[in-house]
Ligand binder design. Structure first.
Ligand code: NAD
Length: 427
């Protein structure tokens, strides 16, 4: 451990986030006695591409230079996979940390990918649509030799969407001389995007609840569920939980939460949000703050908004028996320990929210084969893959007497390590 522990400081990827990602990896590597050569190798991203490039603003004579990044953490398992974000503070350290986390996430669910992440340091809200298009196309051109269906497959992330993916796909296709939908996922359906992609993360998460409930001895019928965040993940998680027979008692958005201990009428809540944008003034429920909602009585809590909401100050007051993390990193490390002491069963983010990347994998497979599945087939395969991963993680957790988060990382890291060992070192 001594020779490995000093390696992160003063590297090009140095950042708080990168240090935390490596610390988490080191903890598990130490626990499983990971081969030291592989341990050292996995602490660094395999490829880090930094580009600077110009784009022309709408005012024709104004040209601005932007910074862009693409980090591929691991090329051992197949092509790399991960989002591209447009945000004013994107940097190499952040993207490198997220690329490493994508390696573990794809490995935990058994997908044939390594992790990647990318971004452009720009505020997309300050750009017009034509400007956004020019930025996207020029950034794609700058990294074009490093992406491709067999190399690295971007997807949407913060500040990017289906339209961004369509522009990347078009730019790439123009350069290679034929249409290549498999170069990105999260595309519009007209270009070969997958059905059920939008619902995938929420639905995938909820598909793990029956197993989690049976393991913890919880009766799912009428179990009270609280969902924080009513976006892509939270909305569909709430709908799927209600379909399972659970009673969804509270949901929230950035402004606050609505609560009805008898169970919310979800159809009405969805219609209200579609019409008004937010839950403000929703009539048939009590209004509480996002912070207070986490402490309301419930059996299942699904934090599906932002990071760090369950912390050392409120962890002890959380009443849920099961927490399924829809958001990335909603529970702080200190809170994790408090919840574990209380016997709360945790389905960690790397497993609980892996439905998104799993359906992205399906999109890639379908594009490569030019053969498209129905929604029923897609959802059934999503459930199968996620539940298999859940069973594996639970069995590691029981056999090796570790919490579910550690067990998930053990599964992800072991699979990667095995592949690296048998591939050997070139030359
Ligand atoms: P989204 O933007 O569609 O929805 C976010 C929701 O959270 C909205 O209802 C918003 O009002 C609410 N929100 C925002 N800030 C909040 C705050 N400070 N407090 C409470 N609520 C707040 O985003 P999403 O795609 O649903 O993603 C939610 C989380 O899940 C993020 O952490 C994201 O990284 C993670 N995630 C998403 C996917 C996916 O497929 N969409 C996959 C894996 C992980």
């Amino acid at each position: 451990m001594e020779s490995i522990a000093h390696g992160v400081e003063n590297r090009e990827w140095q950042s708080q986030m990168y240090q935390e990602a490596v610390a988490q990896f080191d903890r598990v590597a130490n626990l499983i006695n990971l081969d030291h050569n592989i341990w050292e190798r996995l602490r660094y991203p395999q490829r880090s591409i930094v580009v600077t490039f110009p784009y022309r603003k709408d005012e024709y004579s104004a040209v601005e230079t932007l910074f862009g990044y693409r980090v591929q953490h691991l090329l051992t398992m197949g092509p790399t996979k991960g989002g591209i974000r447009f945000a004013p503070d994107v940097n190499l350290g952040e993207v490198a940390a997220l690329a490493m986390l994508m390696t573990w996430k794809t490995s935990i669910v058994g997908l044939p990918f390594g992790g990647a992440k990318g971004g452009v340091r720009v505020n997309p809200r300050e750009l017009s649509l034509p400007e956004l298009q020019r930025v996207t196309r020029r950034f794609t051109a700058e990294i074009i030799n490093f992406i491709g269906p067999n190399k690295d497959i971007p997807a949407p992330d913060m500040g990017t969407d289906e339209q961004t993916m369509a522009w990347i796909m078009d730019t790439y296709s123009q350069q290679v001389g034929h249409s290549e939908p498999a170069v990105v996922t999260g595309k519009p359906p007209a270009l070969g995007g997958s059905v059920a992609r939008r619902e995938a993360t929420g639905r995938g998460l909820v598909s793990l609840l029956p197993s989690a409930a049976s393991h913890t001895g919880l009766r799912l019928a009428d179990a009270r569920v609280i969902v924080q965040g009513f976006g892509n993940v939270g909305r569909y998680a709430a709908i799927a939980a209600a379909e399972l027979g659970c009673r969804v008692v509270a949901v929230s958005d950035v402004h606050g939460a609505v609560y009805d201990p008898k169970g919310l009428e979800l159809g009405k809540v969805v219609a209200w949000v579609d019409e008004h944008g937010y839950l403000d003034d929703y009539p048939d429920a009590e209004h509480v703050s996002n912070r207070d909602m986490l402490e309301l009585p419930c059996e299942i809590l699904i934090p599906a908004a932002i990071a760090g909401v369950i912390d050392v100050d409120n962890a002890d007051k959380v009443q849920a028996r099961i927490i399924a993390e829809g958001a990335n990193g909603p529970t702080t490390m200190e809170a994790d320990a408090v919840l574990a002491d209380k016997g709360v069963f945790m389905i960690p983010d790397v497993l609980a929210n892996s439905g998104g990347v799993t359906v992205s994998y399906f999109e890639w497979v379908q594009d490569l084969q030019n053969y498209f599945w129905s929604e029923g087939e897609t959802v059934a395969r999503l459930r199968e893959i996620m539940n298999r991963a859940f069973d594996d993680v639970l069995s590691i957790s029981i056999k090796e007497d570790v919490d579910m988060r550690t067990a998930a990382l053990i599964k992800g890291i072991r699979r990667v390590a095995e592949a690296k060992l048998v591939r050997g070192v070139y030359p």
